[in-house]
Write a protein that binds this ligand. Structure first.
Ligand code: HXC
Length: 520
């Protein structure tokens, strides 16, 4: 009887401790978090994971620091909630920084909690999602905190290409707190709430004199449109969580698995007559490549990555016959789909992610080539364009391409071309493979003839017409086997699905090496 009472007391004690841990930095700070329109770390985890699946780890961990008054500011679990659960029925690991505890700052103990779930996710081949809301390194803990970041970064790098790593920025992400997300595969930012910067506005003002708000410096909009740090922007926290759950549906849990198949009823042999007229007669008139993509993928379901960054290039996930594919496509509707620094880097990164996770690549090409001019040359278009060549050449997943209109010069080579080991290369009859457009070509190769002519304009027009009829078509490339087929545009979807099916068991092993040296 006495024993039973003692057991009950111990159990009560445990429940009490658990209850205390749920309060993080206390009700006052939880209320402040809510007042700012933010959820708490635990509320976020509950929204992210399938209902009732969260199992918390390390809720009894406390920081060990005593200096600067920290001995009187101990909170069970410290400034991060960690554990695992299910997303769409599959295991996922999660950590959520708790801003109510010392601003979610990273202590040595918090770092150890995070590295524990990172190591579990790597060992067990499941994605990890970090919910970031942190003032960065815990200032009072000095080097111990910095060392904690080192371990987290190391784990990010070690897990890269093995498990999907995702970050959602749901509050400040300052200093060291920016670099772990930057090392992950996908960064989601919540508008008006998520802010990422190496140094905040105060330091910026002190060092450079520049006056800037938190949002202008590191909000979702500048990172999604200009820096490219953010892959996805969400209107609300719930929206970002919905986006993450949707993204994970496209991805395998690790690099040893194939992406999950999701039968969806869209017929494999569905033709689309509208595709026959989508490319305008006038080669300089734009059209929206998204119209093409939506017509060929399963149920027009296409999840764009980096939607607002380098809009001349489209990348994202879709399905063909229920199976995930990575789409890379030029957007003639924005800067004529030109290949510039940002679009090259955007596509290169996406291609490498897909290759690491066994996701076939389907590339749609329509570009006049690389962007000329000093701005791009001096900023390193050669170095950055080379990244895209590297990424495509290195990728061993099935690579299919569809040339809808222009593939001029370097752009032909870069975009999954046959000699860069593209597997199946299709062109529409409107496709053109050439070193350059007719205008530019004629001005170079017939400069003398045009200059000496009595009527230069008429001569130029005749030569352009000759060039166009002889070289501006897909048949020369097809006659050399560099295009495998010229297809009726309306049959694009069935042709892609047949090609993907043919390559379902593709295996390709490159030469033994430690790793390549991509031109970074
Ligand atoms: C310890 C911190 C903290 C930190 C915030 N707090 N940041 N405690 N270390 N880094 C505490 C505050 O003292 C406060 O405690 C609580 O968290 C909430 O902070 P507030 O400032 O009141 O909140 P807010 O006004 O919303 O501002 C949030 C903030 C700001 C923008 C994040 O706190 C801030 O600028 N923090 C410092 C950011 C920073 O420079 N971090 C170091 C980066 S260097 P109370 O008790 O009042 O609730 C770094 C090195 C690694 O990370 C670099 C690797 C490359």
């Amino acid at each position: 009887m006495v024993l039973r009472r003692r057991e009950r007391t111990k159990r009560d004690d445990l429940l009490q401790k658990r209850e205390a841990a749920l309060l993080g930095g206390g009700q006052r700070r939880i209320d402040a978090q809510h007042k700012r329109g933010k959820f708490t770390a635990r509320e976020r985890i509950d929204l992210l994971l399938d209902e009732g699946t969260f199992l918390e780890l390390d809720s009894f961990v406390e920081h060990r620091a005593t200096d600067f008054g920290l001995d009187s500011q101990k909170y069970p679990g410290d400034a991060v909630v960690t554990g695992y659960g299910k997303i769409g029925g599959r295991t996922a690991f999660v950590y959520a920084q708790d801003f109510t505890v010392l601003g979610g700052s990273l202590s040595e103990a918090a770092a150890q909690k995070i590295t524990k779930v990172q190591e579990l996710s790597l060992k067990n081949g499941a994605p990890i999602i970090g919910l970031i809301d942190s003032g960065g390194a815990r200032i009072q803990e000095g080097v111990d905190s910095l060392a904690g970041y080192s371990s987290i970064f190391h784990n990010n790098v070690w897990a890269s290409g093995v498990i999907p790593q995702i970050s959602i920025i749901m509050g400040p992400s300052a200093g060291g707190a920016t670099y772990s997300p930057a090392l992950t595969d996908f960064v989601f930012m919540v508008k008006g709430i998520g802010q990422m910067y190496i140094t905040g506005p105060d330091v910026v003002r002190a060092v450079t004199g520049e006056i800037v708000t938190h949002e202008e410096l590191g909000g979702a909009t500048p990172h999604a449109t200009r820096s490219g740090v953010a892959h996805f922007v969400a209107e609300t926290e719930q929206h970002s969580i919905d986006q993450v759950r949707r993204l994970l549906e496209f991805l395998p849990s690790n690099n040893m698995e194939s992406p999950p198949a999701q039968p969806n009823g869209d017929p494999k042999d569905r033709a689309d007559v509208e595709l026959a007229t989508i490319v305008p007669e006038n080669p300089n008139q734009p059209y929206n490549m998204l119209d093409v993509l939506h017509r060929v993928v399963d149920n027009a379901d296409f999840m764009q990555v980096h939607e607002e960054f380098a809009r001349n290039m489209i990348v994202g996930f879709a399905r063909f016959d229920g199976k995930t594919a990575g789409i890379v496509a030029q957007q003639p509707d924005y800067l004529a789909g030109v290949l510039d620094i940002d679009s090259s880097v955007k596509a290169a990164r996406f291609v490498r992610f897909c290759d690491a996770f066994n996701i076939p690549l389907v590339t749609f090409i329509d570009t006049a080539g690389f962007m000329p001019g000093t701005a791009q040359e001096h900023a390193g278009i050669i170095r950055h364009g080379a990244k895209l060549i590297f990424a495509y050449a290195e990728a061993t997943v099935p690579k299919i391409s569809v040339l809808t209109r222009k593939a001029f010069g370097g752009a032909y080579i870069v975009m999954s071309s046959k000699n860069l080991t593209g597997d199946v290369n299709f062109a529409w009859p409107t496709g053109v493979v050439a070193v350059m457009g007719a205008d530019g070509a004629v001005n170079i190769i017939h400069r003398g003839e045009i200059g000496n002519s009595d009527d230069p304009d008429a001569t130029r027009a005749r030569l352009i017409s000759e060039y166009e009829s002889q070289l501006m078509n897909p048949y020369i490339a097809a006659s050399r086997g560099m295009l495998d087929d010229i297809i009726d545009p309306i049959e694009t979807r069935p042709k892609i699905i047949r090609a993907l099916d043919m390559m379902a068991n593709k295996r390709e092993v490159g030469p033994t090496k430690k790793h390549g040296s991509i031109p970074l």
